[in-house]
Every structure is written in C-alpha cells, then in structure tokens.
Design a protein around this ligand. Structure first.
Ligand code: ATP
Ligand code: MG
Length: 565
C-alpha cells in the first residue's frame, strides 16, 4: 500500500520521532554527555535515495544534538569494493551538506583489532575453525523450526584452533577451505546465532589493505565492533538488522571492557519507493548491462543521478522530513519526491521562456527589422532575483500545442481568429494559417496590438490565455532530455517469476533536439536550475558543449501527485 497521506501541509507537527525520544532520554539521564552517530556504507556501489535518508537522519541527529557523526566505510568484502565508490560516497555526503568528524573512517583500519578479538574468542573457547565447505555449513544450519547440526569440528582444542587460525592468516589454505565460526548455539531460534561465520579466507586484493590480509572478517563480526571502537552511542540501522542485534550483543559481551561506551542499536524502516529498485546490487546490473548511461544517469535513484537530474540537497531534506521515521515497512509514492523538488525549485529557480516544439509566428503589422527588449520577472516567488530583458521581434516561436485551428470554448490558447497574451509582450490575434503540401501548419500570421505592451490590456478587454514565446532571430538552440519513470511497474522487483529488468519503461528517455530558448540561457553553467515557463524545471547537463546546451528535465510542472487537502 502506497502511503499518500504525507502531503498534509496544514500543520507540521514537530513532535519528536522515537529515535529523538531515546536520545533525549539518554542525554537527560546522563547516560551520555554527547552523542556520536555514524553513517556506515559498504563501498560497493553508488549511494541511492535510501542512503540519503539514512545520511540525513544520522548527520541530522548529530547536528541537532550538537554531537558528532562519523562516516565509516564497512569495507570487509574486497572483491566487491572499490575506491571509485569510496570517492563517490564522500562526494554525495558532502553534497548533501554534511561534514563528518575527522577523516573518513574504514573498518579495514580495525582489521588488526578484529583479528585480536577473534583470537581472544578462540582462547576463551567461544570460536572454532570449521573445515566444512560453505554448502555443508548452510545445509546443516537447519530451519527456523528445525535445529541445526553441530559441526564435527566444533570441539577442536583451543590450541588447534589457534594454530589453524594463524595458518589461515598466513595464507596456508585456499579460499573456502576453512572458516572461523562463533560457538554459540546450533538450536537457537535465531538463525544468526547458529554458529555464524566470523572469518573467511579470500586471497583477494583489498582497496586499502592491499595483500596484507587473506582472511577477512564477516560484516556481522565487524559492524558492531567498529561502532564500539568509535564510541558510537546510537547505532541506527534498518529493520533487517533487528535479528542480528542479539549476535552483535553476544560479540560485544565477549570483548566489552568496563567504562567504555556500548553502542545502542536502533532500527527504523528502510525507505522504499514505488516505480524504483533500490538495492546497489540491482542498480549495478542496470549500469553493467548498459540499460542506463551510468550510475549518474538522471533516471537512476542514486544521489548522483538525482543531482544530475537537478535535485537539490534541500529537496531531499524536505522529502526525508515528509517521509519521517517509521518502525514498520511502508512504500512511499515517488510523487512525493517530485513534489519535494518542485517545492524547492519553485522558490529558487530562475524563470526563462523556451519553446520545446516550435511553431513559427509572424507578426504582420510589426515593423520589419525592429527589436525590442521587454522586461521579464526572474522569479515571482523571490523579488530579490529581479528582472531581465527578453528580446521581441517580428518572427517568433510558440509551442505547437498552444495553437488549434478550430477549438472549442474551453481551449484558452491561440486559435484562428482568437486573441491571446504573449507573456511580458503583447496581445496577438491569429488571422491566417500557413500550411505545407501535406496540410500541416507551418506558420501563423498574426497581428499585435501595440497598445498592449507588457501584456497589459489597453482598454479593459480580457484575454484568457497567456503563452510563452521566443524571438526567432535571438533564439538559441538547446536540446532537452525529458525523463519518465525508469520502470513502468510499481514494484519491479517483487515479481517472483520475472526479472526486474523486464519492467524497464521503454519511453523513459525522450530527447528533443533544437528547442528554441531565449538568449539568457547562453550563460548557464552546468547544474544551473531553471523553470522553463509552463513546461517544468530543467537543469543544465554536464554533457553540454559551448554550442549545444543540453538540459535535463528535473520534473514537469504538471502534478503527478494530487494534493489531498
Ligand atoms: P543496498 O541493500 O541498497 O545495497 P545496503 O543496506 O547494502 O543497501 P549499506 O552500504 O550497507 O547499503 O548501507 C549503509 C547505510 O544505509 C546502512 O546503515 C543502511 O541501513 C542504510 N540504508 C540502506 N538502504 C536504505 C534505505 N532504503 N532506507 C534507509 N536506509 C538505508
Ligand atoms: Mg548492506
């Protein structure tokens, strides 16, 4: 079920969410003087809008309670991780406007400490080397209702375990030949407690530690201890880790030293969006299969894609605020994201006139060779943005869809014999239609009322329609990329017998070349944001060249989201 009741702007309740409540209690009771949170991505892909939510939550709490927030890479999987991802993640967090404490941290910096803790667990009789293969281990794990079977290697002596673990570290075994497992309980109702693997052998080059290690700790043996090492007070994660919590606690119980901060894990519901997939693994498939142009394809739900599309950090924060923090899984309508960016761009975007699908208009009674500069408001929402001058001349372009030869009374745009206002310019009347040999309209012959300058009625007579336009002689050509949803299915990865890629929307990208824009756009810089009047919000794309500007449509003006008030 899509939650559509998030649009109620009427009264924004500023009550605390349940995580803030916990933090305030901990500060009040003196449990903590200062809080430390962290954002802990695995550098195995680019971040997506779900991560943005987590970043805004963790860094937001750090800011709100004057604490600290770490950026820590949980980099325990050398074969999937890469510095390209590390760099992109840093860029995304910075772009969102946050600063992490000191330098970025890496779990791989704790490999020595983790190794020592593993040795300690072996010495204390809480861990053992298992010679079983991965398949054997999973086959003997049991099911939630059926206990697992203890490994025949479970009761090795401590000495033998220590010796084998050292040999594992020295590289004396092949990948998968042995693992280190925690000795907990093979009949625990919690599957994560059934002697989970702590270390595996991987003869692989790590993006930071190079070839120093050939054994790597599992995520579950790394994450909680990394929080502990960093003195994290509130370790916020998504609900799927709720079942891992007893295991993290078990590890901590065995290594905890008095007086140190014990991180408290708090789970919240991950962000799910309809018409989207949001796992790095799936996004990687889209990139690798070249179904999109890259991680920052403006159709991707990645932070880099959204940025390129024209989203602002403020819009993502508006969105995160509206979504809120929930304890139960839900699905958010992607329209809420579009609503959030419109909210922000409406306030900040420079208005310009561009014609996407041009139809030539000749003003027959306008003097040949004359140019006029007409003042136009840059942003009606923000007076401080001032005004600019738009050139007007005898030959103009309007949108094809703004003219109909014959139209009913409800069509308020231009029709044969009808009069409209050209925004900031004049009233014009269409007197004649010029067609090509196929009967297609190629030009309109119109007259203007010189007394209606600025679009003001000279005598109180009213016109219903106001059109945007561009002077042909002054226009620059631009290309426009119009995007639709990348998937045509609301929930592309929920189909049991179908791959999510089957639901890619074939019309998700529509490139329109040689649109006509007012010359103001000539000086646009990459990333600049505009409202193309009556069309939508657009951002100058990085693929632009000096003589060919390419704009991404961030969002159209039409609401795909119906306000519910
Ligand atoms: P994915 O499954 O999309 O690959 P992940 O959980 O594996 O994501 P991590 O790099 O482990 O990615 O995530 C870093 C942090 O971001 C974690 O704390 C995780 O809980 C959080 N996070 C990931 N996805 C979401 C989401 N959809 N909503 C909120 N938080 C998320
Ligand atoms: Mg993960």
């Amino acid at each position: 079920m899509v939650d559509k009741n998030l649009m109620d702007n009427s009264e924004e309740k500023k009550s605390l969410n349940f995580i803030e409540q916990i933090i305030e209690e901990d500060l009040k009771s003196g449990k903590h003087k200062n809080i430390i949170t962290r954002f802990p991505p695995e550098p195995n892909g680019y971040l997506h809008i779900g991560h943005a939510k987590s970043i805004i939550l963790n860094f937001g709490l750090g800011e709100k309670y004057k604490g600290k927030t770490n950026l820590r890479f949980d980099d325990t999987n050398p074969t999937k991780e890469d510095v390209e991802y590390v760099d992109s993640i840093k860029e995304d967090v910075e772009w969102l406007g946050y600063k992490w404490e000191n330098q970025a941290l890496f779990s791989s910096d704790y490999f020595n400490q983790l190794y020592e803790w593993a040795v300690k667990l072996i010495k204390d009789g809480f861990a053992y080397i298992d010679d079983q293969s991965g398949e054997e281990i999973s086959a003997t794990r049991g099911t939630p209702t059926k206990p697992g079977i203890e490994s025949p290697f479970r009761n090795r002596s401590i000495e033998e375990n220590l010796d084998l673990f050292l040999k594992m570290k020295k590289g004396e075994f092949k990948d998968g030949e042995k693992v280190l497992r925690a000795k907990i309980d093979m009949s625990s109702p919690n599957m994560h407690m059934r002697d989970p693997v702590m270390y595996r052998i991987k003869h692989a080059n790590h993006h930071r530690t190079g070839n120093r290690w050939c054994i790597y700790p599992m995520y579950d043996f790394t994450h909680g201890q990394s929080d502990y090492i960093e003195g994290i007070t509130h370790s916020i994660c998504t609900l799927e880790f709720e079942n891992h919590r007893p295991l993290y606690d078990w590890f901590l119980d065995h290594i905890y030293e008095d007086g140190k901060t014990r991180p408290r894990q708090i789970e919240f519901a991950r962000l799910n969006l309809n018409y989207t997939v949001m796992s790095k693994r799936k996004l990687l498939q889209l990139v690798e299969d070249k179904l999109v142009s890259g991680w920052d394809d403006p159709r991707m739900p990645t932070i880099s894609g959204l940025r390129r599309r024209g989203y602002t950090p403020e819009a993502l924060k508006i969105f995160a605020e509206k979504v809120g923090i929930a304890k139960r899984e839900n699905i958010i309508d992607v329209g809420l994201l579009e609503y959030s960016i419109k909210e922000h761009l409406n306030k900040i975007a420079q208005r310009v006139m561009t014609v996407i699908d041009p139809l030539k208009v000749t003003i027959t009674n306008y003097p040949e060779g004359k140019d006029e500069m007409l003042p136009a408001i840059n942003n009606p929402e923000d007076e401080t943005m001032g005004s600019r001058e738009v050139p007007f001349s005898k030959i103009l372009y309007i949108e094809k869809e703004d003219f109909k030869e014959v139209a009913n009374r409800k069509f308020f745009r231009l029709k044969l014999g009808g009069e409209v206002r050209l925004r900031y310019a004049y009233f014009i009347t269409c007197n004649e239609v010029v067609k090509d040999e196929n009967g297609e309209i190629i030009e309109l012959l119109c007259t203007y009322d010189p007394l209606s300058k600025g679009g003001k009625s000279p005598d109180g007579r009213k016109v219903k329609g106001t059109l945007h336009w561009v002077s042909a002689k002054h226009a620059i050509d631009i290309d426009v990329k119009q995007y639709d949803r990348l998937f045509s299915d609301e929930s592309p990865d929920s189909h049991k017998d179908k791959d999510f890629k089957e639901f890619i929307n074939p019309d998700s990208l529509n490139i329109v070349e040689n649109c006509k824009a007012e010359p103001f756009l000539k000086n646009a810089k990459i990333g600049n944001k505009f409202q193309f009047e009556r069309k939508g919000y657009f951002t100058l794309d990085k693929d632009s060249e000096k003589n060919k500007l390419v704009f991404n449509r961030t969002v159209s003006l039409r609401d795909s989201w119906k306000r519910r008030n």
